[in-house]
Design a protein around this ligand. Structure first.
Ligand SMILES: NS(=O)(=O)c1ccc(C(=O)NCc2ccc(F)cc2)cc1
Ligand SMILES: [Zn+2]
Length: 262
């Protein structure tokens, strides 16, 4: 699937994979085979600086729910790690399963997690809009954080409480003063990084991925509220639960996953 231009289409629970993907040899998500990852001592710690005042709204886009930030200035930024430039936070969202047995997009030695958080940033040093950056090699930087079911996540609760208001596709509510740093694990120095793509259409190969080694914990009940969301809009007569909104793992092809830790 790596050499050919056309990736064999995999029937996917969430959405039909397109038949042809531009390039197709650096797709995401992937399985992170820990023993095959290469320690790179040049990798720096991530430097994130998020301003909760830039938080604007939360909405259901029919794939996931997104918390969107004002990215018209350099107020919420990410740099360091493998990144050469300064990237602006534009949104974060999650992927999850219908059960706690699966739901993440990336896996670690084939291990699935019940959910995965993605913090999406774009390269504001080189581009002026997300829509521009999304088409470029070094355009995007996404932090992936695995979720495990355990103790209740206090910081997440404000977000969970807003979800019933956006049950249906295309619903949006104001959501302010939320600090996304509260969703990061205590240790953000240990991560795996590789070059990949968006995991939903248009699947463009413009993402520097940084997948955190340390997970965060959320409660069973908090995750159950994610599953109460709907893929469908209020008008549709058949309502479908928003679950299993993850893509299947893609071939690593000739890529190497680097680790910031040995
Ligand atoms: N799961 S993930 O973190 O890989 C991911 C992140 C962002 C997007 C996205 O913004 N899509 C809409 C979009 C795409 C291209 C555009 F040009 C405009 C909007 C999709 C997937
Ligand atoms: Zn995502």
């Amino acid at each position: 699937a790596c050499s050919s231009k056309y990736v064999l289409s995999q029937i996917h629970p969430m959405w039909q994979e397109p038949l042809a993907i531009p390039g197709g040899d650096r797709q995401s998500p992937i399985d992170i085979a820990v023993r095959k990852s290469v320690f790179d001592s040049e990798l720096k710690p991530l430097v994130y600086d998020y301003d909760p005042q830039t938080c604007q709204q939360i909405w259901n886009n029919g794939y996931s729910f997104l918390v969107e930030y004002d990215d018209t200035t350099d107020k919420s930024t990410l740099k360091g790690g493998p990144l050469q430039d300064t990237f602006r936070l534009c949104q974060f969202h999650f992927h999850w399963g219908e059960s706690n047995a699966w739901g993440s997009e990336h896996t670690v030695d084939r291990r699935l997690f019940p959910a995965e958080l993605h913090l999406v940033h774009w390269n504001a040093d080189r581009y002026s809009l997300f829509e521009e950056a999304v088409m470029e090699d070094n355009g995007l930087a996404v932090i992936g954080v695995f979720l495990k079911v355990g103790k209740r996540h206090e910081g997440l609760q404000k977000l969970v409480d807003a979800l019933p208001a956006i049950r249906h596709k295309d619903s949006v509510v104001e959501f302010t003063r939320f600090d996304p740093a509260c969703l990061l694990p205590a240790n953000t120095d240990d991560y795996w990084t590789y070059h990949g793509s968006l995991t939903t259409p248009p699947l463009t190969e413009s993402v520097s991925w940084m997948v955190m080694k340390q997970h965060i914990e959320v409660s069973h009940d908090q995750l159950a509220v994610f599953r109460s969301l709907l893929f469908t809009s209020a008008e549709e007569d058949v309502q479908r639960s928003m679950v299993n909104n993850f893509r299947v793992q893609q071939s690593l092809c000739s890529r190497t996953v680097r680790s910031s830790f040995s």
